[in-house]
Structures are given as C-alpha cells and as structure tokens.
Design a protein around this ligand. Sequence first.
Ligand SMILES: [Mg+2]
Length: 485
Amino acid sequence: MEKEAKTPIEKRIFTNRNLKLRNINAIGFDLDYTLAGYRSPDIEILTFEKSLEKLVKEKHFPKDILKFEYMENFAIRGLIFDIKYGNILKTNKFRYVKRVYHGFQKYSKKERRNLYSNRKLDLSSENYRAVDTLFEIPETYLFAKLIDFFDKSSAKSQSSSYKWLYDDIRWAVDMVHRDGTLKNIIRKHPEKYISKNELLPLALNHFAKSGRKLFIVTNSGYEYTTFVLEYLLGKNFRDYFEIIIYSSKKPEFFTKNYDYRVISDGRCFEAEGGNVRFLENKLGVYGDSVLYVGDHIFGDMVKTKQSSTWRTMMIIPELEHELKTKVTVKNDLKKLITLFELKNRTNRKLDMIIEELNRLIKEKEEEFENLNPESVKEIDTRISKLIENENSLNSKLTRVLTEIKDIEEKIDRAYNPYFGELFKEQNELSLFGDQVLDFACTYTSDLTNILYYSPTEYFHTPIQLMPHDKEPEFLDIEVGEIGEN
Ligand SMILES: [Mg+2]
C-alpha cells in the first residue's frame, strides 16, 4: 500500500494476470516504442509530410496537399479503416461499430446503423485494417484528411470505393518507412525524434544485476537498431544484452521456423531472423520463465500468447495521458454515476404513476354507471394530480438526460475530441481495451516504470468486479444529491 501511495499513478504497472518476477529468468525487449520512445508529434509530422511528398511525386496527387498541416489528437490505436467506404471506425469489444468518421464528418446514429447495422465486423476481411501501432497514427489522419479533400474537390473522379486512395496512402507510408526516408532523417536528428530516457540504463541494470538474461527481438534491421541503441545506451550497448535479434519478422518469429544468420558470436550473440525455439535454446531459458516487453498488440502480445507460454508486459505510451485524464474527469464520472441512478429512479417512479393512471382511467370507464358524481370528481382530481406528477417527472427526466449527455461528451472530449477514451467505448471496453486485457499479462506506460518496483515483485491481479460489485453503494458515492427537487 505504501508503495502504491508513493508511485505516481501514471508510472504504475497494471496486472491482468499474476506475474511473479521472481520466476522470470530472461527478459526480452522490442525496440521501437519499447526501448526507444519517439517524440510526438514530431515523428508523426515527419511521417505525414514525407508521405504527402511521395504521393505528389510518385502518384501524381495535386500539389495542394503539400500545404496540409498535421493535426494531433485525431487518431488513437484500435481504430479500424473501412477501406471500401473510406471510413474510420471505433468498435466495442464485441466488434460492433460504435463510432464512424468519414473524413472529419461524424456519422449520426441512423447513418451508422444503416451502414453497419447490428453485425460484428469481420476483421479478417480485406476491407478492414486495424490500427495496431503508434506508427500508424499519422496514416490514419492522412486517410481522413485526403478523404475530406477528395470529397470536396473535383481533382479526382469519384469512385464507388475508396480502395484506390487507401492503396496509394498505404504504399506511400510503407515506402517512407522502407526506403530509408524516415530513418535517414531520424539518424540526422535523433534528439528531435527519439526520446532519450535517461532512466533506461538504470532500468536495464535493475534486471541484469539481479541475474536476468536480457535480449532484444526487433523487426528493425542491424544498422538502424545499432544506431538507436548506441544513441540510447552509448557505444557499449551490447554489454546489457546476451542476445540481439535483428530483422526478426515478428509475428512470424513466434509461429514459423525461419532460419537465422549469425552476425556476431561474441559475449553478445547477434543474429538476423530466426525463430522463438532457436532463441530459447540459445538463452537456455524457456516458456513462462521468459518475460517479453513490447508495444505491438498483435506482433508482440497476441502471437507470443498463442504460440508460446512467454509472459508479457505491454508498453502503452498513451496510458500516461489516459490516466492523467482519468484523474481530471474523476468528479464528472462520479456525477455521471449519480445521474444514472437518478434516471433509473425517475423512470421507476414514472412507471408507477403510469400504472396508477391506467388503473384509474379503467376504473372510471368500467364503473362509470355505478359511480356517483362525487366519486367521479374524486377520481378526476386524482387523475389530474397524477398527470401533473407525470409531466413534472418527464421534464425532470429530460433535464437529467441532457445533463448525462453533456457530461458524457465532456469526458469523451477530454480523452480525445474525436474518438474518446482509448480503452473504452461508451460504457464498454473498446476493441483495444479488450485486446490489452486478453493478451498482456501486465501493462504500463514506459518500461523504466519498473524502477518503482522490486526485481522480484509479485504483480497481483486486482479483484475482478462483477456488475453488482459496482453499485454506487460499494463505490462510496452519494446517490440522489444531484438534480433532486
Ligand atoms: Mg515496437
């Protein structure tokens, strides 16, 4: 408890499945967005601008697009490209579409239902692609921006599908990553694009000193990886690691039996390619004694879980923003819970009044001939009193519903003005939130957060809450204070 009080919330490590660090004998790291952080929005702006240049130069897009300015805080991870309709979607954990943007135009509930009805998205379809990594954030904005541009201009004939645009953008973004455009600029100005965390050497030593074997598995090639590692850890970066695997072709690294090429067989063994079995044999550490730290939900988390028993720690740099926002909206959230309670209570009262009204009206109709004028008058008075109550409760309900909507929108915008909270969609988990819960044993915003914990820490899964555990009475929230007459 004392530790939790001392560790700032945005530096904490969260647990989905119990993890005893004591039982871990080897710890592996991904490179990009795990060992190496990238500066936002500089890296996104660079990707965005260089991709636009490629589109103009190689795909003959109008020069006007070079004037586009990058907008931060548009896309988040876990969104889905709808390639055919040119939309960007956010789904809940069941893959039902809950939010749709076409360019920067949000679909109304009706438009959304018309197009996506009530069916689960089949993410294996070639019409959809999920935004899994932070590298894909600028591409998502580029897609929206160009859809918006071409919809408004006559520059290119309108096709019934946006696949041509998606394909050109995919090609351009892929190209700037692969042909060295980005890497050359990053290498020239590493201080602008790579965030050098001074605590990284300490964090690695924290593990190494307690006898753990450290290794790297990265899809990046030898030249770029060694450049970045030298920038982050100095010339002797190899001293930290037993093994470095370059060009690893994750996720296939975990599922296929690719061959490897030895680069150096010194104290630090370096190779290109290979597979998980070869790596385990080389380490002499197997299965659940290995902890792998990465940021890619699919390449680093899902595939390790599906093909090995490696334990995982997911690095989610966005978590810092999400947690800070959660602190700022805490009071709004409390207010929301009391408003929902008030809404339910008002609805229950309304139901009772309507039931009583119907009963009286029926009584008056059926018994009319047997009733004396006095009784009829009495019934009428009761009816008009009930109608008055009904009207007053209805207007109260409207006020409560408006307030709920306003607060929900305010909370949503605080996380992200377009797509809201990363891990949630309305009251449910988002696709991304669900994947993190399913596949990451632990998660945190930065791997140096490990310095707040012991190298033999036991990360405990918190008590799982059922809906009945989350009733306001158990969450210490005053019910019925807001909006009561
Ligand atoms: Mg990565």
